[in-house]
Design a protein around this ligand. Structure first.
Ligand SMILES: NC(=O)c1ccc[n+]([C@@H]2O[C@H](COP(=O)([O-])OP(=O)(O)OC[C@H]3O[C@@H](n4cnc5c(N)ncnc54)[C@H](OP(=O)(O)O)[C@@H]3O)[C@@H](O)[C@H]2O)c1
Length: 242
């Protein structure tokens, strides 16, 4: 079955809403930004990316936070940063391959960066109106779904991100009753991140283009309700167990 990449209209957000995409330089982040730019209800998309020079390194949290704060009021924040291979270190196949450096790097990028992006985005959101923060996680971060093992640091960093989202969902219920925060699995998507792990020439109908994944993710974001805040969802809307 062909996967639709038709640009969704975010009918759940106010007419003229503004959106912030953190990691807009990535394959999925770029496709999310492009799709939002085509949404007639969206008045502005702010895209931040390290490669674009608009997202300072996390090591300077003040500058990182200031770049997010400079975006101004938004109703939608999408966090699309992340990596599977960091500094040429591939995900571990065995426990013997674990190292302090590579685990710390995974947690820095895949847990701490989105957590601090959420922290600095909160001040941009309306207190009483609908707003959504969604961060790209990965199904392999599901503890219940883990049948194969391996990729310990990446899996653990994404599981920790999911816990951050769960905590944020509970906290936001008190301060922003109409807000939704969610962890999203984009599917297996053609990108520099997945390229080294896709068998060459093999027919993989489940692999999506970034545009297909982005369209699915935006439809999911548009449909999420405050009661689902803190949850973990795939690009097709199905809930994933933590
Ligand atoms: N592709 C898949 O099949 C797949 C599957 C499951 C989950 N995901 C998740 O989806 C997200 C996006 O993946 P993608 O496929 O779009 O990957 P991608 O094309 O490689 O994009 C990665 C993004 O992360 C940013 N980034 C990388 N290292 C960074 C750092 N140290 N500091 C700040 N930003 C950094 C990159 O920005 P710069 O290049 O500007 O630094 C880029 O915007 C990731 O969280 C990934 O885990 C992807």
């Amino acid at each position: 079955m062909a996967i639709s990449q038709e640009t969704p209209t975010m009918t759940s957000l106010a007419q003229g809403y503004r959106a912030l995409v953190i990691g807009a330089t990535g394959a999925i982040g770029g496709a999310l930004s492009d799709a939002l730019s085509r949404d007639p209800r969206c008045s502005e998309v702010i895209g931040l990316g390290r490669g674009a020079g608009s997202l300072p390194e996390l090591s300077d949290e003040a500058a990182f936070g200031a770049a997010i704060a400079a975006s101004g009021p938004v109703s939608l924040v999408l966090i699309a940063t992340g990596a599977l291979i960091i500094d040429d270190r591939k995900p571990e196949k065995r426990l013997q391959a674990l190292s302090e450096d590579s685990m710390a790097a995974q947690f820095r990028l895949n847990t701490i960066l989105p957590a601090l992006a959420i922290k600095h985005s909160l001040a941009l959101l309306p207190r009483q109106d609908r707003c959504v923060i969604a961060a790209l996680s990965a199904r392999v971060g599901s503890i219940e779904d883990n049948r194969l093992g391996g990729w310990t640091s990446y899996r653990a960093a994404k599981a920790a991100l999911n816990q951050v989202i769960r905590c944020a969902g509970i906290e936001l219920r008190r301060t922003h009753p109409q807000a939704v925060i969610a962890a999203l699995h984009p599917g297996t998507v053609e990108s520099p991140l997945s390229a080294p792990f896709r068998p060459e020439g093999a027919a993989r109908p489940e692999v999506q283009t970034p545009e297909q994944s982005a369209a699915g993710l935006l439809r999911v974001v548009d449909g999420l309700r405050p009661g689902q805040s803190g949850g973990f969802f795939a690009y097709d809307g199905s809930a994933i167990p933590y």
